[in-house]
Write a protein that binds this ligand. Sequence first.
Ligand code: ZN
Length: 203
Amino acid sequence: MSKSSSGSKASNAGGQSIGVPLASSLPERPAVHGSFKVQLQKEQLVFSSAHFITFAGDICECLHGHNYGLRAEVEGSLDENRYVIDFIAFRESLAELVKQLDHHMLIAMHHPLILVDAQENEVTVRFREKRWVFPREDCMLLPITNTTAEEIAWWIATEVRKKLYPKIGDRLISIEVGVDENNGQWGCCRLPWNPSSPAMSNP
Ligand SMILES: [Zn+2]
């Protein structure tokens, strides 16, 4: 219906003119209240990578690999298109990160006991008497302390936010990423959408 045909005034049977504001009589975009999320968990958002972690202080796992799964969601209000985020842009930002992780050796750069020496062609990793040497191109060096699913999820959430926050701004509230390490064992991280907001505690 065009705005001209809807009119801003109406006449009753007696011919008395009644003012009817257009916005209140025929709202073209009714307000929708609520909390909205977009969630992605796609078959192609998987990566196969090698890693090891330490636990219980100084126990170091043997090198091994996982077929990791990934899911992600963002929460916020609707934009002028009536969606939280463009599915394609969200999916592509995740796919780029999956590509960086897939078929790589995941190495935590900030572990207090794992020493990483990254040279142009190779990366040497030491943990006490253990020593591994990898081709540089096979390694993904991550700014985390331990390559747990939780910290990998944190890195992915941080990178997606870094890429999409400048385009979307403060309309979104949060981003949550889950990394499945072993068929249903998820490590998750939720971050405020605004990178300058203090990190929220996990629920
Ligand atoms: Zn593992």
